[in-house]
Design a protein around this ligand. Structure first.
Ligand code: GLA
Length: 739
C-alpha cells in the first residue's frame, strides 16, 4: 500500500474502525457508489481516469447491481462540452461550466483536478447511513471529502463537504460549495421564495431553461428576507401536492448563500449550493479543515405533500432543538405597548396572560438602557441593564411577580447589535462592523457587532448568561436580529492579519460558537429566533432554537399564505404565530390561523370585549387539547388558497385516531354563499369510523356541522366533508375523532 494512502487511512482512523468498510480503488476500474434512501438513489461512478461523476439521480432500482449499468444508457458526449456531471466540479482544468470549488494553491497556481481516492459507507443506526468520498488532486496534497448523510425512511439527504490540504502554506478558497448534484430528467420546474419585510416567502415557480438561474443573498447576518435558501425542484412537470417527483430543500446556513440551477447544453440540471462566494475568499492553513454548511433535502415521488411531511418528521426527530418536545403558549407585549410601558403596565399584563390561559408572558423590546434609554429603536441597543425608570425593581421583580400570577416569564434580546446612541458604542467602537473611513449606514438605526472577535462573542454570551444567572427561572428568550451588514469591515480581522473577505463566513461561525456555549450551559430553555420578521429560520440555527418568527405580518389572510409557504419546509412546531390586531378579521379568524403553529397573543387581552375574552379563553383551552396534533402530527395541505376561494389544512395524529382541519375563506371577492364542494380529507385510516365536530365556535353562534353523523375514513378521503365556509362562517375548525 502506498505510504501516503497508509498515512491518510491512519489519520482518518479507517484502520481502527470496524463499523464500516473502506473501499479503495487504486486501479482505474469503475467504482460505483449508490447512495440510497427508501425510494431514491444518487449514484456516483468513476470513469476510466478516476474522475467521479453523478450518473444517476432518481427512483431507486430494485436490483442494486444494476446501478453500475446506468451510465452506459446515456450518450452525452463530453468532448464537445466539457464534463457537466462532476460529483464535485473543480475549476481551472477540464471544467467549462460553473464550478463547485475554485481555489488558489499555496504556490499561486489556480488550477484544480479532483480524482476519486476512496470511499466508505457506514450505518449510523437502522435508519441512517453516512457515505463519504475522498477526492484528491493528483498534483497537490489537497483533498476534499464529500459527505452524504441519508435518513432512509424519510427520504432525506444532508450533503456537505470538508476541504483539507498539507501544502507549504495557506491556500485560498474562492468557491467552496456544499453540494453539486446532477439530474438528467427532462424538464425542471423551480419554485423559489422571495420577499421583503412583512412579505416574506412569496413563491415563484419557473420552468428552468438553458443557462443559469441563481438565488442568493448578501445580507450578512441572515439568510432570508429578500431571497430564501428554501426551494422546491420539480422533475418533469410543475410541482403539485400529491403527485410527481420533487425535491424540497434548503441550504442550512445563516448568512450569505447561493443556489445555482444551471441547465446545460443537454438540458440536464446541474445544482450547486453553498455559501455565497461573493466577497468570501477564505484562507485555509495547512492541516486545517474547512467544513461547508449542509444542503438538506427531502425527495418524494408523490408530490410536495409527502416531501414536506418527511422533512417535518426528520426535523422534529433529528434536527430541531426539542423537536419532539413541548412548547409554551404566550402573551407578548410588543404590539400591545411597543416601547411605552413601565413595571405596573407589565405586571397588569401578567393577569391578562393568566386569564387567557397561556403559559408565559414575553417582555419585548424597550426594557433596557439608562444613559440612552430604549424608548424608541434609535437608542440604547447594546446596553443590557434594566431601565431604572421603567423597571425600578429590575427583571428579577418581574420574574417573581409573573410567578406569583401563575405564569412563566420570558424576555426579548437583540445581542448582536448596537445603536450608535449607546454606551456600548462609545466604549467599544472597535467591536462594531463599519468602515472607519466612511459614513456609517444604518439599518433600523443600528449597526452589527463583529462576531468574528472572541471578545464580542464573550459579550453576546454574557448577555444571555447574565440574564439566566440573575434569573434562573427565566423561561424563554426571543433572540432578535434586526440589521444586515453594511460597510463590511472588521477591525479585529485587520488587527489579526486575517483577510477581510472572511468576515461574512466568520461572522456566522462566531454566532454558532456563541450558541454552542449557550446550549452547553442552558441546553433546553426555549428560544425563539427572530430577525426583523422572518429573516432567520434555517436548519443550522434550529439546532439551537426551538422555534422562529416567520414574519411581522400577522394579518391573518396574508398569514395563511405565508404559513402555507413556510410549511413546505418547516414543521408547525417551529413556527410561532401570534394573534395581533393586524387586519380586519375577527378575533376568531385570527386565533384559528395562529393555532396552526405555536400559538401566541400580542394584544391587550384585558381590553377585549366580553365575548372576545370568552372566545379567546376557550380557544386557548381547545388549543391545549389539540396542540400535540398540530405540533407532532402529519400536515396535509388540502385546498391551496392560490387555487381556490378557501384554504384548508389538516393535521393528523400519528395513530390516525384524531385530526384537526382548518378551513378559511380567503377570497371574499367571489361573494360565496357556501363552499360548493366538500374538502377532501387525507391521512386518515380508510377502515376507521370518524365523527366530526366543529370547535372554536364564537360565543352565541351555532355550528352547521352535524356532529352525530358517522363517516368512514374511506368516505372522508374520497368524498370529503363540506366545512360550510360562508361569509358568516369565514373560519371553521373541525375536529375529526375516531368513533
Ligand atoms: C422586530 C421583531 C418584532 C419586535 C421588534 C422589537 O421587528 O420582528 O417582533 O420584537 O423587533 O423592536
Amino acid at each position: 500500500m502506498k505510504k501516503d494512502l497508509w498515512n491518510l487511512l491512519l489519520k482518518k482512523g479507517l484502520l481502527l474502525c470496524t463499523l464500516f468498510i473502506p473501499i479503495l480503488s487504486l486501479s482505474a476500474q469503475d467504482v460505483t457508489i449508490p447512495i440510497l434512501t427508501a425510494n431514491h438513489a444518487i449514484v456516483l461512478q468513476t470513469d476510466n481516469i478516476n474522475r467521479l461523476h453523478t450518473v444517476y439521480f432518481g427512483k431507486s432500482l430494485t436490483n442494486e447491481n444494476e446501478y453500475k449499468s446506468v451510465a452506459k444508457s446515456f450518450n452525452f458526449k463530453d468532448s464537445d462540452a466539457g464534463i457537466y456531471d462532476g460529483a464535485y466540479t473543480p475549476a481551472g482544468t477540464w471544467n467549462l461550466s460553473e464550478p463547485a470549488i475554485q481555489i488558489t494553491h499555496a504556490d499561486g497556481n489556480r488550477s484544480l483536478e479532483l480524482k476519486y481516492f476512496s470511499h466508505e459507507q457506514k450505518n449510523i443506526d437502522e435508519n441512517t447511513t453516512l457515505t463519504s468520498v475522498i477526492l484528491k488532486d493528483p498534483n497537490y496534497p489537497f483533498h476534499v471529502t464529500l459527505f452524504y448523510k441519508v435518513w432512509k425512511k424519510e427520504n432525506v439527504i444532508e450533503q456537505w463537504t470538508e476541504i483539507e490540504h498539507t501544502e507549504k502554506s495557506a491556500i485560498l478558497l474562492q468557491k467552496y460549495a456544499s453540494a453539486n448534484l446532477y439530474s438528467t430528467t427532462k424538464e425542471f420546474y423551480l419554485t423559489t421564495f422571495q420577499g421583503g419585510y412583512a412579505k416574506e416567502m412569496q413563491p415563484a415557480e419557473t420552468k428552468l431553461v438553458q443557462g443559469m438561474r441563481s438565488v442568493e443573498s448578501k445580507l450578512g447576518t441572515r439568510a432570508m428576507l429578500l431571497q430564501s435558501p428554501n426551494f422546491i425542484l420539480s422533475f418533469g412537470k410543475p410541482a403539485s401536492e400529491n403527485e410527481g417527483s420533487v425535491m424540497v430543500g434548503q441550504l442550512a446556513w445563516s448568512g450569505n448563500f447561493k443556489l445555482e440551477f444551471e441547465i446545460d447544453s443537454y438540458k440536464n440540471l446541474r445544482l450547486i449550493a453553498g455559501i455565497n462566494p461573493y466577497n468570501s475568499e477564505y484562507s485555509l492553513a495547512p492541516g486545517q479543515t474547512f467544513k461547508t454548511p449542509s444542503l438538506i433535502y427531502a425527495l418524494s415521488n408523490n408530490g410536495t405533500g409527502e416531501a414536506s411531511r418527511n422533512l417535518h418528521s426528520w426535523a422534529r426527530k433529528y434536527r430541531v432543538l426539542e423537536g419532539e418536545g413541548k412548547r409554551v403558549t404566550l402573551l407578548n407585549n410588543w404590539e400591545a405597548t411597543y416601547f411605552d410601558f413601565d413595571e405596573n403596565k407589565i405586571t397588569a399584563l401578567f393577569k391578562d396572560a393568566k386569564n387567557l390561559g397561556v403559559d408565559l408572558f414575553l417582555l419585548d423590546d424597550g426594557w433596557f438602557g439608562n444613559k440612552y434609554p430604549r424608548n424608541s429603536d434609535n437608542a440604547g441597543l447594546g446596553d443590557w441593564q434594566e431601565n431604572v425608570k421603567k423597571l425600578p425593581h429590575g427583571i428579577g421583580y418581574l420574574v417573581k411577580e409573573a410567578t406569583k400570577a401563575g405564569i412563566k416569564f420570558g424576555i426579548w434580546i437583540e445581542p448582536e447589535m448596537v445603536n450608535p446612541k449607546s454606551e456600548l458604542y462609545e466604549k467599544h467602537l472597535d467591536w462594531v462592523i463599519r468602515q472607519p473611513e466612511r459614513p456609517e449606514i444604518y439599518y433600523r438605526n443600528q449597526l452589527v457587532l463583529d462576531l468574528t472577535n472572541p471578545e464580542v462573542q464573550d459579550h453576546v454570551f454574557g448577555i444571555v448568561d447574565n440574564l439566566f444567572t440573575k434569573n434562573p427561572e427565566l423561561a424563554f428568550i426571543k433572540w432578535d436580529c434586526n440589521a444586515v451588514i453594511y460597510n463590511a469591515f472588521s477591525q479585529y480581522l485587520k488587527d489579526k492579519g486575517i483577510p477581510q473577505s472572511q468576515l461574512y463566513v466568520d461572522y456566522v461561525h462566531g454566532l454558532y460558537k456563541v450558541l454552542d456555549r449557550i446550549r452547553m450551559k442552558y441546553p433546553k430553555v426555549p428560544m425563539m429566533l427572530c430577525s426583523g420578521g422572518g429573516g432567520r429560520g434555517d436548519y443550522e440555527l434550529l439546532k439551537y432554537f426551538t422555534e422562529f418568527w416567520p414574519s411581522d405580518d400577522t394579518e391573518p389572510i396574508e398569514r395563511i399564505f405565508m404559513q402555507w409557504n413556510y410549511s413546505y419546509f418547516f414543521p408547525s412546531i417551529v413556527t410561532d404565530n401570534h394573534v395581533t390586531n393586524w387586519g380586519k378579521q375577527p378575533l376568531k379568524f385570527r386565533t384559528d390561523v395562529a393555532s396552526m403553529g405555536k400559538l401566541g397573543f400580542d394584544i391587550v387581552a384585558g381590553k377585549l370585549s366580553l365575548n372576545d375574552k370568552l372566545f379567546a379563553k376557550q380557544a386557548v383551552c381547545n388549543y391545549n387539547a389539540f396542540k400535540e396534533i398540530v405540533w407532532h402530527g402529519d400536515l396535509y395541505r388540502l385546498v391551496n388558497p392560490n387555487e381556490a376561494e378557501i384554504a384548508a389544512l389538516m393535521f393528523v395524529e400519528q395513530a390516525k385516531s384524531k385530526a384537526i382541519v382548518f378551513n378559511y375563506l380567503v377570497n371574499t371577492r367571489q361573494k360565496i354563499t357556501a363552499t360548493e364542494r366538500p374538502v377532501i380529507l387525507n391521512g386518515l385510516d380508510p377502515q376507521k369510523k370518524y365523527i366530526i365536530r366543529e370547535i372554536n365556535l364564537y360565543p352565541g353562534t351555532h355550528s352547521t356541522i352535524d356532529s352525530t353523523l358517522v363517516y368512514s375514513g374511506d368516505f372522508l378521503m374520497k368524498v370529503g366533508i363540506n366545512p360550510d365556509v360562508t361569509l358568516e362562517r369565514t373560519s371553521v375548525v373541525l375536529e375529526v375523532v375516531e368513533k
